[in-house]
Every structure is written in structure tokens, then in C-alpha cells.
Design a protein around this ligand. Structure first.
Ligand code: NOJ
Length: 591
């Protein structure tokens, strides 16, 4: 017997009659305690966040680069997508070596994006659309054009001498150690004025700040408080595990043909880092109702208890164990379905009673999820909906990346010269150095270049997809004539309408925002399935989610959905016990 999917509406949700009999009664042990319920109702736990890469979202003035006014113009669109918070990647004054992650002045807006008045009105207008703005704090490093660095590099006697990490050369004049920066090459750069090297975890133009200096820390706290006073709703904190450097900066065991070792392995999560982070929390966000989500590569679920929650440093943490890819692209391995499940379940379990989980599969540094997780032959629309289902039904706050809600996909450019991303050429060269041919090296670029996620947003079928009337700063994906907001708004079966539908369901079912997470079919090699259960004295709301992440048919024991009623299926219907490739279904318990 097949069950037809329904077009979701408040009315239909209230009067669902499709049934398999009755969803099994929930075990008492799965009922959340009153205390746990109360801690799940902060605004940022109930909402959906949306990441905007300002360069590529919407250009209001035709200069080819997206801007703040462009974002303001699209607030209604975001509201229609049930978005309650926007994470803006950096919009501060910047020479744009790393598209804003090289900050010259945290108190000024990049003129490419507009003015401080534009920013103030974005914050105010967004509030009118029930959306809060989340700023990106880039506190591991600044731009080499930041006043702080210009002062620091003048001389060893400068008042800001100690604001960055300076070291003398080795006796032979070479760099103080063999650390390789995340963007390739030595992590040290010689400076003629000081006759010393400075450390840069990322690009040469991004010198690392010295967090051991209390004046530096205070300057960063002042910046955070300035933006809190402006009325922002939270902060995404960039690349935080690298802020504390080990006392001894010794050579490491080489891990590549260049004789170097990745700086990540030498500096990430150095002992004592949490002291700085707790101090940051106390002196800035504590008790102010704004949330923090820190980017923390390498801080896995086992460490979460120290990093998030009431006694941790942050509210949420972006970590990457569930994503394909690697810091060094030619070393990246595919991630299997059981590995994805294990990573996500571990994070869900680790944040069950402490902290909160930011659900994400894409961001401005990662390839598009329809390419990253699936084969070239996979049905893009089903794949995007399958990932969208996880996004909006796992326990936590979803962070949708711009265009993900359309099922936007990677580009496939054939020459490394076409790519803009500061990390692309070094990665290509690293692959060549390791002995790969140019033809092989470009395949790593095509799979992992950060430009995959940075091509302009696809709004409609007009020139440049309605993103700009000028020359776009980065080429558009050629598929914009088919994949765009306009087409997908009109097509009821589109990925965009799937996101809207699931967003509505999420708003109406407490199980999805406040319910706990109980994995089912844990050992299944193809299907990721779980129940979200919200139970209180007078309510018992359960949603059962099944997603076949594989591109082949799958079967499961239909007993697990006995008594459930079908809410929605990305095929439009479903047959208990069977799932088609990339099928995603939601069941509710029968009232
Ligand atoms: C992580 C950011 O997401 C990335 O875009 C940036 O290049 C690095 N941190 C350095 O700030």
C-alpha cells in the first residue's frame, strides 16, 4: 500500500488522517525533563539561520559585488524561507585578500559593501522581518593593513610590538620553524623593518594576533561589545582553535614532500586555550541574550563538553567530522554513509544535555553538498531535498548556506587561473609538488575549491541571474537558467519549496525544535533514521525521519513506522519498508 504525500498547511497538519495505525508509545526514558525543556526555548534554538557571503548574494548598485543594501532588499525572501537569523561573513573594512577574513578595521564597513548607515538600517530592517544579524568575528588574525599591524611591524620598540607573533630567524636566516600555513607555503613571513619573521596561520596578508597579550584580548572584547551595542543577535567566531600558540615553537615532523608540517597539527587547541575563551565570554556576551557559534575544526564531539553549554565557552560549535574533504585537498577521502551517521549521531548525543548543535552541510569554504556527498549521476533535486530534510529535522539550529535552498551545485572550471579563492592556487601547487599531473591537480580544485560555494546567488533567468547589472566579481554557474529563485518559487516540487514546507513543519511541530533525538536503524548502511520526540504532561509530539542517503533502493523493517502518519515525502508518496534512492520521508505520530 502506498501513502501519498500531502501539500503541507496548518490546516492539513491539524487534520492529517493518513495513517499506518498508531505510532508506538514512547519510552518514558525519552521524555525530556522540565529543565531540559526550559533550556531549549532560547530564540536562537527555535529559529533557522542563513549564511550570507556578501560578495555573492545581491548587488544593489551594479558594481558586480554584492552589498548590504542588496541584502536588505532580499529580507522578505529570507522571511518567506522561515529564516530568523542571518550570519554575515565579514563586512568590515578589508583589502579583500581573503574576501573580508583579512580585517583592516572592525569599526568600519567595507566601502564595497556600503556604509555604517547601511549596516544600521540592515539591522533595523531585519528586526522588522523578525530576523537578527549575526556578525563574524575574525580574531585569530587581522589584515597586514590593519593599523595594529602597521604599528607593530615598525620596530621592536613600538607600543604594539607584542600584538602579533614575531620571532627571530634561525641562524641560517631561514624561518623560525617548518610549519606550513593552512593556505600552503611557510607559515612565517620575513619583515624587513623589524628584521624578524611574523606568523600567519592563513595567507601572508593575515598575521596572527598575540592572544597572550592582555591588551590584544581587551581590544577584541571592545569590538565584540561595540557590535552587541549595535543590536546584533549573535556572533560566528572564525577559526578559534588556533588563537593560542605553544610556548615552544619547535619544528614538527614533516608530513609532506615540502619538508613541512601542517600548522594545524602544531597549534590547534593548545593547552590553556579555554582560559582565553572563558574570559572572552565573561567580558562580552555573557548574560546578554546574544549567541555564539565558533568555527572549531578538530574539536570533535568528545571535547564538546568543555567548549559549549552553560559552563563552556560558546553556545554552539561548527566542527567538520560529518563533512567530506580535508585541509589538503589531494588527501581528501570520500565519506561513507555509516561515517556520516556516526559523526552526526555523536554530535547529537554530545549536545543532548549540554550546549546546542548548529546543523550545517555547506558554507562558504566547502563544496556544494549535492556534489560533495553524492555521485555525478545522482538526481540533484532528490539529493538536495534529502540533505534539506536532515538540515531541518536534526536537533539543533539549521544554518542554511545561500543557494543551498535551491540545490545550487559546484562549478567545473578547467583552468586554475579562473579561480579567485586565495586557497585554490596553493592547493593546486601542493598537488603538483606531490607528483600529481596538472590534469589530476585540477580535479582536486574542481572538487574542493571554495569558489564552488561562492558563485553568485541565482535569483532569476535574466542576465547574471538577477544578481548584478554589472560584471560579476566571480563567474556565475552556467546552470542559473534552470536553478534559480524565480523558477523554484513557481514550481511546487522544487528544492526551494521543499525547504519552505519543511520550515513550516518545523515551526509547527515542537518535536522538531524542542524534541530530543533518538536514532533508529542505527546499523543501517543506507538509511539515516531517527525520532524527534517532544513529550510533556499534555502533549506527545513525535516526528520520525527516514532519509535514504544512498543512490540505490533500500529496505527497512516497516514495524518502526507502524501507527505513524505520513507528513511528507520527496517522492510524493512512500511504501512502508521500502525506500527509493535518496528518498526522504517524515512521519508524525497519530493523534
Ligand atoms: C575560516 C573562514 O571560514 C575562511 O573563509 C577563512 O579563509 C579562514 N577562516 C581564515 O580567516
Amino acid at each position: 500500500m502506498k501513502f501519498q504525500s500531502i501539500i503541507f498547511s496548518t490546516f492539513i497538519l491539524a487534520s492529517l488522517t493518513l495513517s499506518f495505525t498508531a505510532c508506538k508509545k514512547q519510552e518514558a526514558s525519552t521524555v525530556p525533563s522540565k529543565k531540559a525543556e526550559a533550556s531549549q526555548t532560547e530564540w536562537w534554538k527555535q529559529t533557522v539561520c542563513y549564511e550570507i557571503y556578501p560578495n555573492s548574494f545581491m548587488d544593489s548598485d551594479g558594481n558586480g559585488t554584492g552589498d548590504i543594501k542588496g541584502i536588505t532588499q532580499k529580507l522578505s525572501y529570507l522571511e518567506s524561507l522561515n529564516v530568523g537569523c542571518i550570519w554575515l561573513t565579514p563586512v568590515y573594512a578589508s583589502p579583500m585578500v581573503d574576501n573580508g577574513y583579512d580585517v583592516a578595521d572592525f569599526y568600519k564597513i567595507n566601502p564595497l559593501y556600503g556604509t555604517m548607515e547601511d549596516m544600521d538600517s540592515l539591522i533595523a530592517e531585519a528586526n522588522r522581518h523578525h530576523i537578527k544579524i549575526v556578525m563574524d568575528l575574525v580574531f585569530n588574525h587581522t589584515s597586514d593593513q590593519n593599523e595594529w599591524f602597521l604599528e607593530s611591524k615598525k620596530s621592536k620598540d613600538s607600543p604594539k610590538s607584542d600584538w602579533y607573533i614575531w620571532r627571530d630567524a634561525k641562524p641560517d636566516g631561514s624561518a623560525p620553524n617548518n610549519w606550513r600555513g593552512i593556505f600552503g607555503g611557510s607559515a612565517w613571513q620575513w619583515n624587513e623593518d623589524r628584521k624578524q619573521y611574523y606568523l600567519h596561520t592563513f595567507a601572508t596578508a593575515q598575521p596572527d594576533l598575540n592572544w597572550a597579550n592582555p591588551d590584544v584580548r581587551q581590544a577584541l572584547y571592545d569590538i565584540t561589545n561595540f557590535w552587541i551595542d549595535k543590536g546584533v543577535g549573535g556572533f560566528r567566531i572564525d577559526t578559534i582553535p588556533y588563537i593560542k600558540k605553544p610556548a615552544e615553537m619547535a619544528d614538527g615532523k614533516p608530513d609532506g614532500a615540502d619538508g613541512m608540517v601542517s600548522i594545524h597539527d602544531m597549534t590547534a587547541n593548545t593547552e590553556g586555550i579555554l582560559d582565553y575563551l572563558y574570559e572572552f565570554k565573561q567580558k562580552t556576551v555573557a548574560g546578554k541574550g546574544v549567541f555564539t557559534v565558533a568555527e572549531a575544526n578538530g574539536v570533535g564531539p568528545d571535547l564538546l563538553k568543555f567548549w559549549v553549554g552553560d559552563s563552556g565557552a560558546f553556545d554552539m560549535l561548527f566542527e567538520f567530522s560529518h563533512l567530506p574533504g580535508a585541509d589538503i585537498w589531494h588527501k581528501a577521502k570520500k565519506i561513507s554513509i555509516p561515517e556520516i551517521k556516526t559523526a552526526l549521531i555523536s554530535s547529537q548525543v554530545a549536545t543532548a544535555s549540554n550546549g546546542w548543535y548548529p546543523v550545517f552541510f555547506e558554507n562558504h569554504d566547502k563544496p556544494r553538498s549535492v556534489n560533495a556527498y553524492f555521485s555525478e549521476k545522482a538526481d540533484r533535486i532528490l539529493a538536495a531535498k534529502a540533505m534539506g530534510t536532515l538540515m531541518l529535522t536534526l536537533r539543533g539550529t539549521p544554518f542554511i548556506y545561500e543557494g543551498q535552498e535551491l540545490g545550487m551545485s559546484n562549478v567545473k572550471w578547467n583552468s586554475v587561473e579562473v579561480y579567485d579563492d586565495v586557497n585554490t592556487k596553493p592547493q593546486y601547487n601542493l598537488a603538483l609538488q606531490e607528483g600529481y599531473s596538472p590534469e589530476q591537480a585540477i580535479t582536486f580544485v574542481q572538487a574542493f575549491s571554495r569558489d564552488n560555494a561562492r558563485t553568485p546567488m541565482q535569483w532569476d533567468t535574466s542576465a547574471n541571474a538577477g544578481f548584478t547589472t554589472g560584471k560579476p566579481w566571480l563567474a556565475l554557474n552556467e546552470n542559473f537558467k534552470t536553478i534559480n529563485v524565480l523558477n523554484e518559487t513557481e514550481d511546487s516540487t522544487s528544492v526551494l519549496n521543499w525547504y519552505k514546507k519543511l520550515g513550516q513543519i518545523r515551526k509547527q511541530k515542537k518535536a522538531l525544535t524542542q524534541g530530543n533525538f533518538t536514532p533508529i536503524l542505527a546499523e543501517h548502511a543506507q538509511i539515516f533514521a531517527y525520532k524527534r520526540i517532544f513529550a510533556s504532561d499534555n502533549e506527545n509530539d513525535t516526528v520520525t525521519v527516514l532519509v535514504n542517503l544512498s543512490e540505490t533502493d533500500a529496505t527497512y523493517d516497516s514495524a518502526i513506522v507502524v501507527g505513524c502518519e505520513l507528513i511528507v515525502s520527496n517522492y510524493g508518496d512512500t511504501e512502508p519498508g521500502k525506500m527509493r534512492p535518496l528518498e526522504a520521508i517524515l512521519f508524525a505520530n497519530k493523534k
